[in-house]
Ligand binder design. Structure first.
Ligand code: FEO
Ligand code: CA
Ligand code: CA
Ligand code: CA
Length: 601
């Protein structure tokens, strides 16, 4: 209900040129300031960050590493005050500790890694005249780490597949890992996707049982020792010793940031895969649809449709009810067809109609009943198996293998749904699926953005490609039909967000065009549809994450600055944000128009 009126078709700002600056470069006429950095204290009893004397105890009270998703929730009744909720996706120990020995980490370094994962909830105070945000030691501040207790809900809660020696109930998990993107729900909570959880688990290659081994390898849990060696200090990270602990990661988690003592939830009805995120669309009758991509080459797009209806308002009673919305309903996986399949040759050349387009079906995989019981809709798999090994269910029903589905976002103004398909260097390789209508380039280095017109609670949709990313000067790119001489180059779309006017904003990760990553606006409606412009770039080695575009500011998370090939803290390629000879620190940045005013106008 907070959409701005009237709609203005598009954004107006001077695009930022591709560059390799060790800085956040913003469009002319905009100002910026760091909001919070890795290590900044978020409690009044937390120590000031001391890079050379880190401890796990301090880290658990400081802002974590590698900020990814960010949500900004206005605090009712307090002007310009917000909760900033941020994911801390992963740790990069060689960038965190001088002289880090990858073969022999110290226990305290591992514990510092655990404390730097998870999420932060930080109260921030804005000001009337700018978009600046300043952290405060507020009553809502909270750190969630790899050690925070979570409760498991949904059809797989208590399943034998989730039971471990320390949790025979299969309902309580220590921590969340690899929280990549996420979404703020209309009922005031935050969803966060556990993405590349496989990397934390050792000895998957030592599991002999063929069924277990097949399941592990489908999720990328292979080999012997893990890179971080966490299994040395907690055997739950050793798959050979504790086979089911790994099944307790790879979920969509939900956090109630308004109650710092609440136990966050892992929702098994949404399936287990490398969840990039989950984002919500609510239909006219209050049905909740959660969209989520599985970020892996040749993996799938999913949605969950609730059977319960959202209760309006933000009372505690409404919150309690709404936090069960994702525990009853149906999980689907997407299958796409192209309207001109014979015209697809893997080069990215447009088909005769001039647009990559087609239809699709949502194939049901798992129904979760009101009483929490699950019903498998996949031959040969139990409900628990579909929930826990959802990728295998998708394989079985012939879901469409996509080019790494990253963020998945409904447009609050039009209801159309957008998916960032970031890239797929293996498309069309030997023994790999060739290009298809929705993934039209072999050896896809630059990615594409899919636009879906979905019957949200229904099972069919139409789709087209909004963008086929890359250098607009090359023939294999497409910008919604807009004049390609008038757009910014864009590569590897990752996170999506909407401004209050229905413009799409895209942040990138892995720019294959020899520039730093950045944030772009894309016009969706009207004559300027497809107009793509770069609003900012982030420092060397960084990925642009968590974009938020509200009526007075842009917020981006600058993740892994200085993380270039073989980088370590002993020879960093970035000194952002502190400059000089300082070590780089992942940080959140706010950007606003000089003198105030609407972003992009
Ligand atoms: Fe963590 Fe799919 O990006
Ligand atoms: Ca991402
Ligand atoms: Ca998003
Ligand atoms: Ca990414």
């Amino acid at each position: 209900g907070s959409l701005a009126e009237p709609p203005v078709p598009g954004t107006i700002f001077e695009p930022v040129a591709p560059n390799k600056e060790d800085a956040v470069v913003v469009s002319d006429g905009y100002e910026q300031a760091v909001v919070i950095r890795w290590g900044d204290p978020i409690f009044d009893d937390a120590p000031v960050f001391d890079f050379d004397n880190q401890t796990a105890e301090a880290a658990a009270k400081q802002f974590g590493f590698n900020n990814d998703f960010a949500g900004l929730l206005p605090i009712p009744g307090r002007p310009n005050a917000y909760l900033l909720v941020v994911n801390h996706e992963y740790t990069t120990e060689p960038m965190m500790f001088r002289g880090y020995n990858t073969e022999n980490p110290a226990e305290e370094q591992v514990r510092i890694g655990w404390a730097n994962h998870g999420l932060s909830v930080v109260q921030v105070q804005g000001e009337a005249s700018s978009g600046r945000l300043t952290p405060v030691f507020g009553q809502y501040n909270r750190r969630i780490t790899a050690l925070t207790e979570f409760v498991i809900t949904g059809p797989a809660a208590g399943s034998a597949l989730l039971q471990t020696s320390s949790d025979p109930t299969g309902t309580r998990v220590k921590g969340t890992l690899n929280n990549c993107a996420g979404g703020v729900t209309p009922w005031g909570t935050v969803l966060s996707g556990e993405e590349n959880f496989n990397q934390y688990f050792a000895n998957g290659g030592q599991v002999a049982d063929p069924t277990a081994s097949t399941r592990l390898s489908r999720y990328g849990i292979k080999g012997n020792a893990s890179k971080r060696k966490w299994e040395w200090f907690d055997y739950r990270f050793d798959v050979a010793a504790e086979p089911n602990e790994v099944n307790r990661f790879g979920w969509v988690v939900e956090v109630d940031p308004w109650d710092p003592s609440s136990t966050p939830v892992k929702h098994t009805a949404l399936g287990r895969f490398k969840h990039e995120a989950a984002t919500i669309h609510v239909t006219a009758d209050g049905t909740v649809v959660a969209y989520s991509g599985d970020d892996e080459r040749f993996d799938y797009m999913y949605k969950f449709v609730s059977s319960r209806k959202m209760q309006p308002g933000h009372s505690r009673a409404a919150m309690r009810h709404n936090m069960t919305l994702l525990d009853a309903g149906t999980l689907y996986v997407a299958k796409l067809s192209g309207s001109e399949p014979d015209a697809i040759d893997g080069s990215g050349t447009l088909p005769p109609s001039g647009v990559f387009a087609g239809t699709g079906q949502w194939i049901p995989l798992l129904r979760t009943n009101e009483d929490g019981s699950g019903e498998s809709l996949v031959d040969g798999m139990t409900a628990d198996e579909v929930a826990v090994f959802t990728r295998l269910a998708g394989d079985q029903v012939g879901a469409t293998k996509m080019d790494r589905p990253e963020d998945f976002e409904p447009n609050p103004r039009t209801g159309k749904v957008y998916v960032a398909l970031t890239n797929n260097s293996k498309r069309g390789g030997s023994d790999r699926p060739p290009a298809d209508s929705a993934n039209p380039r072999n050896n896809n280095k630059n990615g594409q953005v899919l636009e879906i017109d979905d019957q949200h609670a229904g099972t069919s949709f139409t789709w087209n490609l909004l963008l086929v990313c890359g250098d607009p000067a090359t023939a294999d790119t497409y910008f919604g039909g807009f004049d390609k001489s008038q757009v910014s180059p864009i590569s590897c779309p990752d996170n999506l967000a909407f401004d209050p006017y229905g413009n799409l904003w895209i942040s990138t990760d892995g720019n294959a065009l020899k520039s730093n990553d950045g944030l772009f606006s894309v016009v969706l409606e009207g004559e300027r549809r497809g107009e793509t412009k770069q609003f900012l770039t982030v420092p060397i080695g960084a990925e642009t994450c968590g974009p938020i575009i509200d009526d007075k500011r842009v917020v981006v998370c600058v993740q892994h600055p200085g993380e270039t090939d073989d980088a370590s803290i002993d020879s960093p390629s970035s000194h952002w944000p502190d400059g000089g000879s300082a070590q780089p620190r992942p940080s959140v940045v706010a950007v606003w128009k000089s003198g105030g005013g609407r972003i992009g106008l």
